[in-house]
Design a protein around this ligand. Structure first.
Ligand code: EPU
Length: 335
């Protein structure tokens, strides 16, 4: 357990922002994490670094969580119960599931980040959210250093939301996540238009979990920038939910506005569409900008600062407020 000094964080966050950590430690076991927390509790956690925008150097001790390992807890003739340590890369785990014929995560292929952070924002894509297959989350209570468990219900999952972003924010460190996955008769979710299209294009009539995963990978690669090439954090904003009355007023002015019904009184509208309609899509401001194929994604072309990107996000929020009277909520954590 060596503490290093003055470490550049550029390669530890998918936005590729170059700030420094005064002190930095990599943790590879729950035991080491407990020992560290007994000595120092005011730490800054860094996992896959895929949902954060770093706007300044980090003064606290940066703890890089790198606890690895996958275990199969039990299997019956329909499901397998699998526990994965927090430091496993998400997409590599999804690919491992597909190679071993475990179904349920294929729609979540190619999402950046590590397994330990997937419950925090309840990652979701193409009609599936990770809450659909999580059975429990293991975490260390930072104050007592004890290992505790949260059942699925206790995680209080919502759209890009969970108890870890609210009531217990900053109180626990997630060390492992358990999943209930199918091991035969997989229930595929191909209802999302683009998945159907990709399967049809490849003339696939009876898709396997691998076919669905491949379709998702193709769609994501066509729309979303690869963080290894262009720094980004996926969707920067949440899709806003507005009242039906507000929606109907907007529809008079923008009859082509896409929407999803949430309830009798609420409608979700795609933030990407609002941002595109406001003229930001593909706009580049030197080292940073708005992605050309998906306006919900802000990008760092190389040497942008977190402050530059945050300022752009605020400009976008202000414009959307002016044009549509909608408040866009930032999904990424601003540090
Ligand atoms: N749209 C535009 N312009 C754009 C982007 C989107 O008009 O630049 C329109 C599309 O035409 C479509 C609608 O907005 O009518 C929805 O677009 P898309 O299917 O690309 O999905 P999204 O709502 O923009 C969400 C998630 C993504 C996830 C996709 C697919 C959020 C905040 N984002 O995006 O998640 O991959 O659905 O399920 O809910 C992420 O969280 O990092 C992420 C990429």
């Amino acid at each position: 357990m060596d503490i290093q000094e003055n470490i550049a964080l550029k390669n530890y966050n998918t936005f590729g922002i170059n700030v420094n950590a005064k002190r930095f430690i990599t943790i590879e076991s729950v035991y080491d994490l407990q020992q560290l927390l007994k000595k120092e509790q005011d730490v800054f956690l860094l996992s896959g670094g895929s949902n954060m925008l770093l706007t300044k150097d980090i003064d606290k001790l940066v703890v890089h969580l790198n606890i690895k390992g996958i275990s199969i807890d039990r299997e019956d003739d329909s499901h397998s119960y699998i526990t994965v340590n927090a430091g496993e890369n998400w997409h590599e785990f999804v690919q491992w599931c597909i190679a071993n014929n475990y179904g349920g995560l294929e729609n979540l292929s190619l999402i950046p980040g590590n397994v330990g952070t997937c419950p925090i924002q309840n990652i979701g894509a193409y009609g599936v959210e990770v809450k659909d297959v999580i059975t429990k989350v293991e975490a260390i209570d930072i104050v007592t250093c004890k290992l505790v468990e949260f059942s699925n219900a206790e995680c209080e999952f919502g759209y890009r939301n969970s108890i870890f972003k609210n009531k217990v924010k900053g109180k626990y460190i997630i060390t492992a996540v358990s999943f209930k996955l199918t091991n035969r008769n997989h229930t595929l979710n191909t209802s999302y238009g683009a998945i159907n299209q990709a399967l049809n294009d490849n003339l696939i009539k009876k898709p396997s979990i691998k076919d669905v995963s491949d379709a998702v990978i193709t769609i994501r690669q066509s729309k979303l920038p690869d963080p290894n090439k262009i720094g980004n954090s996926g969707s920067f904003f949440k899709n806003p939910v507005i009242s039906k009355t507000h929606f109907e007023l907007l529809l008079e002015k923008y009859p082509d506005m896409p929407s999803y019904i949430i309830s009798d009184t609420e409608i979700k509208v795609p933030a990407g569409w609002l941002i595109e309609k406001s003229g930001f899509k593909g706009k580049r401001f030197g080292e940073f900008g708005v992605h050309e194929k998906q306006a919900l994604v802000l990008v760092n072309y190389g040497n942008a600062s977190g402050k530059d990107i945050y300022k752009l996000a605020q400009d976008i929020q202000q414009t959307i407020r002016k044009n549509f009277s909608i408040n866009l909520e930032i999904e990424v954590n601003i540090i």
